[in-house]
Design a protein around this ligand. Sequence first.
Ligand SMILES: *Cc1c(COP(=O)(O)O)cnc(C)c1O
Length: 464
Amino acid sequence: MNPRPPQNQRLLPAVERVLNVAEVVELCRRHGRGVVTGWTRAILDDMRNGRAGELPEDASAIIHNVVRGLGEAARRDASARLRRVINGTGVVIHTNLGRAPLAAAAAQAMAEAASCTNLEVDLVSGRRGRRGAAAEALCREITGAEAALVVNNCAAATFLTLQTLAAGREAIISRGQLVEIGGSYRLPDVFAQAGVVLREVGTTNRTRLSDYEAAIGEHTAALLRVHPSNYRITGFSEEAAIAELVELAHAHRLPAIDDVGSGCLYDLTRFGLPDESIVGNSVRTGADLVLFSGDKLLGGPQCGIVVGRAELVEKLRSNPLARAVRVDKLSLAALETTLEIHRAGRAFAEIPVLRQLSLPADEIRNTAERLVARLRAASPPSVTFSVQAVESAPGGGALAGQTLASWGIAVETAHSERVAEQLRLGTPAVMPRLNEGCVLVDLRTVLPEDEEPLLRRLLECQAH
Ligand SMILES: *Cc1c(COP(=O)(O)O)cnc(C)c1O
């Protein structure tokens, strides 16, 4: 049922009248007159139809309400845009927050490449150069592979690889590895789209080398291993090791493809994290192609990287589909710099994802105590901030099931949902975690340069 139209409709202003108010003139300058006209019409419609409740008794009060409504419309519009968010969730590689935050130098390189850049020009000869050549050289150096190709993301790398090497034929994969990575990315669907016959072997929890061996036939084009990424099979389980798969594949003159997913370059067990497939190990073991993401444990921009045997990489490069999934100049600029940081041995100091994963809990606790002391000194006594033990997660389908002891700031409030909303909607936005009526900011994932803005935002939220 429609609400009853309000009494004093005749007091509603004409759109033109609203657009002439000084504040609204400023909104028009910023957003465009057409846009603000649309917002104004919507607000006036709501008032006319009673959706804005009873109207005030005089025309100037109504105009005041319309102008306030326009301010809110502008704020809603801005919060839907991509903007900076302080990650207080404790999830290090948070896919919904854009995965890896870039190293400062990588962000700088990206900003420079935003203008014209030598993307496909060799500045020495002045002639045509190849897109991605420098990043690929760095990938080869870091992983020890013969060749490399950078594409849009790891999903594209998987698709391009399957389509190029196995279309119209079969690829063999363990039933325990037929994963859904998220959204609509499910491996069986990717096979189907690539025109590759999925030959699944073994069972969900156990697949032996002999299962692969029995499935190899005249239609087999490749053996594929996929890292199960965001889940873990534990208990009575068995998987063929990549070394065994490589040996079997090569005995049958087939390529072994290893989708390792997270792009881990280091042994992270010394930080209490579980064993993750390390790209270099896979290459050394003899996997013919190794696929991984740029924005997970590598800590760079969104992209997919394929490293491996030159002959196969060249086949991928010359597939017309490669153009459809090619990487853009901004991502390449950030990737080159990220890879340089890895090569220089500075990854754990400069790449946020690795720095955050390796932060000792004691250090985070010290930060939490320091920040809470400052919050207590600056906030009204009605508000309680405290230091709280929490658990962070690596996220991004890396190191599934593992948590890391961490510390956070707890805001004790009777209105946790509202405080969380205020934190999300301010500038910069803060994405906290809600836990048993408590708003929590896990400090493992807060970048050092975000500490001051975070304090300001936490104090601001308490003001009303
Ligand atoms: C994350 C992941 C992908 C998808 O990577 P994107 O870069 O997000 O496309 C594919 N395979 C594995 C094993 C993964 O972990």
